[in-house]
Every structure is written in C-alpha cells, then in structure tokens.
Ligand binder design. Structure first.
Ligand code: OSB
Ligand code: MG
Length: 375
C-alpha cells in the first residue's frame, strides 16, 4: 500500500518560551529533527523525532538519530513495498538494537502516510475512539517555592486537569506540600522525578504518600524495574513508569514484578505506534490506566501524541499542553489549543496528522537538511 521513494531530514532550532528544567538537566532551546516522507505515488507527510540535544533523558540524541536514520533505518524502507504500517516496526527492529526514537520517527511517519493515502485521520487508523482528550501540564523545576505555587495555581485556573511537578532531591516534599496547601485537596497533582532517587530515599518518598498525589513518575533509575517494584510495595501512591518502559515486553515485566500501576506512553520512547498500541492493549487487559507523555514536541510531534491518546485506555490526562505553552509561534496551523475545561480536540476533518506545516517558517528555522532517495 506504500512505497517510500524520498525522505528529507531537517534540523530546526526552536527557542522555548521559558527554560524547562528536570532533575537531570535544563533545556532552553529545542533542536528538533523533522522528517518529511514521500510516497512513490505523490502523497507525503511530516514526522518528528523526539530526541533531545543531550542524553540526559534517553541515551539517544539528535546527533545519534540523524546518522542512524541515514545509514541504517531509511535504507530498510526506501523503495520497499510496505503492506501496512503495522509491519514497519518489525522491519526496523530486525538485528538493529536500540535507537527507538529514530525508529519511531520513521514508523509513525508511515502510519501518517497510510492515513493520508486512505483519506482518514491518523487517530482513526490507530483505533482512536475519543474526540477530546484531557490535558495536563508538566511544570519544570522552578526557581523557588512561591514561583512553583503560582504556576500550579495558574495552570489549574486555565483548566488543566492535572499538574505534574518535576522534583529532585531538596525540591520535593516541601515544594509539593506547598502546592497542595495552596491549591487544595481537589487539585490533581503528581510528581515526576526523572530518576533522581534511589531506594535509600524510600523514607523521603514515603512522605509524599501524605500528599495524595495521583502518581509518582519514574523516581528510580531510567532502566530499572526491580527496585521500582520494591519501592511500590512501600508506597500507597501509584508509581508510574516512563523511561523504563521501552517495549511491550518491559510493560509485561512491569506487571509481573508489580513495578508500578500506571504507564506513561510516549510513542517515540517505545519505537512507534505498533508498540504503543500493544502496550495500551496489554495495559487495558490488566486494568492498568495509561496516559500520553510529551517530549516538548513541536506541533508536528504533538499531532502524533494526540492521535494516539484518543485510544480508549488513555484514561488519564496527557502531557499535551497547547502550543503557546512552549513556543512564541508553533510551526503548524492551526496551533494546538485547549478549552477552558482542559480538553484538546482530536483532529477529525482532514486526512493524516490533521495540521498544516508552515513551510516558510520551517525553512527559516532550518540549520541543516539531507535528502535520501530510493536507490
Ligand atoms: O519525563 O515526561 C518527562 C520533557 C522532556 C523530557 C522528559 C519529560 C518531559 C516532560 C514534558 O515532562 C512534557 C511536555 O511535553 O509537556
Ligand atoms: Mg517523565
């Protein structure tokens, strides 16, 4: 049903409106890797690789993904007859270890291209059932407690259905207590540690149990399951895994070990949509809720996340903030928005990703590009 004959890679730089700080690093500007995929019969689509500049969240970076796509991944797809996008994951996975974000950029692009060719919205092709999705905000580590409290208050007033607060040693219990005290018992709060703790911090993390959080995301090492299981047994608050879940098998291990009760699915982190859907379905079968995380994507990557989050077991609000939270101006039209009740609309009318890419703006922001062709 598809044959890719051309792929263009572009790196753009997009400054964040405000720095985003997590326990392992800070970002001020996004270096974003965009792909444009062209089918032999003329259809095309854009996709985004969610790598960062630095390897503090994932071992992959923009500078590993680019050459991996050029030398190893794109040649597996260019010129090949692809029956369905569901088969692309296996084609990229065979004897090619890791590089899941690089793989995902191509795999997800193939899903969008297939949707475009079929004339259906991407969400429909993925099996999405919802027209609107609840949105949460992810607040980076702030300068001080009053700033954090002000940002959380403002987010709840804007309608956000969940406030995720980045934590790190010395910026945890006291900081979240202040938000809880100020925002009240009904506020949906959670914490994300991005691996900042070890089991030696179990006492401290147990103190978070008193703050009635929806969940604590990935407190321990980025690839750990066993210690998270030990920690979960000591906590009432559900643990949510992000970094550690990189495949269906890791999700199965998580359930078998009791390493947490909620999964944050980022399609880029698990190698694309086929794995995301498999994890979603497996979690649903095991009564485990999932939600869609974000990687400070541009409006292109966001379109992919929103489409995925329309699947039925994405029952918790996703990190799907409006474009204006991140950028002075996004690279898509319309920009992503949220209504006053914290809902983002799933594009229903246009085929494919459902947003138009502002080519002039992308051209102006591009710092390098490379075109790959079927040989
Ligand atoms: O851990 O979820 C995370 C951003 C970069 C790296 C890791 C994470 C995040 C976020 C941002 O939390 C969520 C968003 O896109 O709004
Ligand atoms: Mg996280």
């Amino acid at each position: 049903m598809m044959r890719l004959d051309r792929i263009i890679l572009r790196e753009i730089r997009l400054p964040l409106r405000e720095p985003f700080r997590i326990s392992s690093g800070e970002m001020r500007e996004r270096r974003i890797l965009l792909l444009e995929l062209f089918d032999a019969d003329g259809a095309s689509t854009w996709s985004e690789c969610v790598v960062d500049d630095a390897p503090n969240y994932s071992p992959e970076t923009l500078d590993t993904a680019w050459p991996t796509i050029v030398r190893w991944l794109a040649p597996r797809l260019l010129g090949a007859e692809l029956d369905a996008p569901s088969g692309v994951h296996a084609r990229l996975e065979a004897d090619l270890r890791g590089h899941l974000m690089a793989k995902a950029a191509l795999e997800m692009g193939c899903w969008a291209l297939a949707a475009t060719k079929l004339g259906v919205p991407l969400s429909t092709l993925l099996g999405g059932t919802r027209t609107h999705i609840g949105t949460g905000i992810s607040l980076g580590i702030q300068r001080d407690i009053p700033t954090l409290v002000a940002k959380a208050t403002e987010a709840l007033a804007a309608g956000y259905q969940k406030v995720k607060i980045k934590i790190a040693p010395g910026r945890d219990v006291e900081w979240i207590s202040a938000v809880r005290a100020s925002c009240g018992a009904a506020a949906h709060l959670m914490a994300d540690a991005n691996n900042a703790y070890t089991l030696d911090d179990a006492d401290l993390l147990q103190r978070l149990d008193g703050l009635d959080l929806m969940m604590i995301e990935q407190p321990l090492a980025w690839d750990d399951l066993v210690r998270h299981a030990q920690l979960q047994r000591l906590l009432r608050t559900p643990l949510c895994l992000d970094e550690s879940i990189t495949s269906l098998e890791r999700a199965q291990d998580m359930v078998a070990l009791g390493a947490g009760r909620i999964i944050n699915i980022k399609p880029g982190r698990v190698g694309g949509f086929a794995q995301s859907i498999a994890i979603h379905d497996y979690a649903a079968d095991h009564g485990m809720p999932v939600w869609c995380g974000g990687m400070l994507e541009s409006g292109i990557g966001r379109a992919y996340n929103v489409a995925l989050a329309s699947l039925p077991n994405f029952t918790l609000p996703g990190d799907l903030s409006p474009s204006a939270r991140y950028w002075t101006q996004d690279i898509v039209a319309p920009e992503w928005t949220m209504d006053g009740t914290g809902m983002v609309a799933v594009p229903q009318s246009a085929p494919g990703i459902g947003v138009e890419v502002d080519r002039d703006r992308v051209r102006a922001l591009t710092v390098r590009s490379e075109e790959l062709r079927a040989t």
